[in-house]
Every structure is written in structure tokens, then in C-alpha cells.
Design a protein around this ligand. Sequence first.
Ligand code: NAD
Length: 295
Amino acid sequence: MSARFTAQRISTVTVLGAGTMGHGIAHVAALAGHDVRLYDISQEAADGGRSKIAASLDKGVSLGKVEAGVRDAALARITATGDLAAACTGADLVVEAVPEKIELKRELFAAVDRAAPPDALYATNTSSLPVAKIAGAVADPSRLIGMHFFNPVHLMKLLEVVRHGASDDSAVAAAVALGERWGKTAIVVKDSPGFASSRLGLALGLEAIRMVEEGVASAADIDTAMKLGYGHPMGPLELTDLVGLDVRLGIADYLSDAIGPAFEPPELLRRKVADGKLGKKSGEGFYTWVDGKRA
Ligand code: NAD
């Protein structure tokens, strides 16, 4: 019997959400040769995502990493739209990258299910939410799996594929093969809170914040300890600034409920978020950021 889902049959890729992750996924898919529909809540928001891809590809060209012709061909394959039904028509894969809110993701997939072809594969880029619960929003949950990419998507090599209890084996295998076609190394993990990457990454980040709180060392020195002492390319506090303190707080709140008190968010994290210190995107977190660079 032939597999229900295969990577070879995935030609048109629809990406839902044109923010940090969505535009990155669309970028990588277009470079891999797919026709891409990039959807967001308005045409303007979708166009904004496409412009970010253009800027990133321009940078690649100026650094000599992308040929101008490759950039032009990739951009020509991306259609930005604020129309969900148009975005889903003819899709072979629908990847969701909207904010980390379970009801939002469920409502969106329920709408996708009314518009996408019956044989399209569905994937969520959630960093921590239960994939089975998101899959429960569509008529056939076996076709929805987790495809967790990392930021920035065009540079980060990991793809975490999340299998839940009802996943079709061929959906998991297709996601792994597609990720490898896109230049990623895929790992398959169980649908457990925080999967492998977010759970472990957050544990380190929260402990680093508690150490700043206790005055063990400065943020910069803690980051240096992990970079020079353990070979991490980036320290846990700088990474927290890049991911967004609000994003990390949301995941910590969820994991502390789901796994236990080891993930209880430190007071310092709550205070910074309440003060609007969200990291790179707001200009201040554990470091100060000016024009997207550490001051
Ligand atoms: P983001 O806020 O940068 O982008 C979200 C986008 O979704 C925005 O453009 C927003 O306009 C759009 N959106 C909101 N509601 C929508 C709707 N109903 N329909 C379509 N689009 C809608 O968020 P992000 O950082 O890209 O995160 C997206 C997902 O990826 C989350 O589940 C997050 O946990 C996950 N994730 C984030 C990172 C990261 O480092 N930022 C890494 C891995 C996974």
C-alpha cells in the first residue's frame, strides 16, 4: 500500500502567520522550490512578511551567499494574501505559525479544514502546546503533526517533528523527509509538554535568570560561562532576549502547570515583562538593544 503522505508529493506550501517564524518558514520553502502562499490576518500583514523575506534574501545576495537569480526566483514563488480560503486552495502542506494560543490555533485549523484539499498535510510550529489538542480541531487528527522550526529559520538546522497518539506514521515520515530536503536535521519527539528542545532550553534559561536574581554573576558573565565553558554558541540570557521575555514567560507558565515547579517563572522575569522589557524586540531585556544589535 502506498503511503498516504510523502514529501515528494508536497509542492504547494501554505504558511499561516507571516511573523517571525512564518516568514522564515516561507523563505526556506520558497528557496527549496515550493510555491508558497503566505497568509496573515490582513493583506498588509502578509505583505510585511514577504518584505522581510526579500530583505533577508537581499542580505544573502550582498554577503555572496545567495545568487541574485535564486533570490528573484524564490520571491516570485511567494504569494502573500489575507484571504484564508485562497491561501489553502490547492495546498499540499499547511504550516501554522500564529501566536502561541491554543484556542487561536484550533479555530484557525478548523477554518483551514473547510478550505484545504482532503489530502493536505497539516503542521503546527507550536513551541510547547499539546499537538494532539490542536489536531483535535480538524476532522481527521491523524493528518496534523508538529513541525517545530527554530529562529532564524533559514539559519537554524534543527526541525523537531512532533508525533501525537493519533498521528499517521506517513505524516511523521513525510515531515522528516521534507525537513531534510529543506536542509534541516529532523528529530522525532513525543507530544510531551515543551517537547525536547523547549523543555531543556527553558530549564537552562530560567535557572540563568534565577542566578541573576540571586546576584551569582552578571547576565554577561553567566552567558560567557556557558559559551566558553560549555561551547554554547549563545548564552541563555542573550537567547532569552532574542526569543522574547514574554514568549519565554508564557511557555514557563504553561510548563510549570504541566510538568511541575522547576519551571515556575522567576519573579525577575515576571517583573521585566510587566515593565515592557521584552528583549531585543522592545530594546531592553537582560541587555540593551539598539537597531537590532546589542549596545
Ligand atoms: P509572531 O508574533 O512574530 O507572528 C505571529 C503572526 O501571526 C503575526 O504576523 C500575526 O499577525 C499573525 N496572526 C495572528 N493571528 C492570526 C490569525 N488568526 N491568522 C493568521 N495570522 C495570524 O510570532 P512567532 O514568534 O512567529 O511565533 C509563531 C509560533 O511559532 C508560535 O506558536 C511560537 O510559539 C512558535 N515558535 C516561535 C519561535 C521564536 O523564536 N519566535 C521559535 C519556534 C517556534
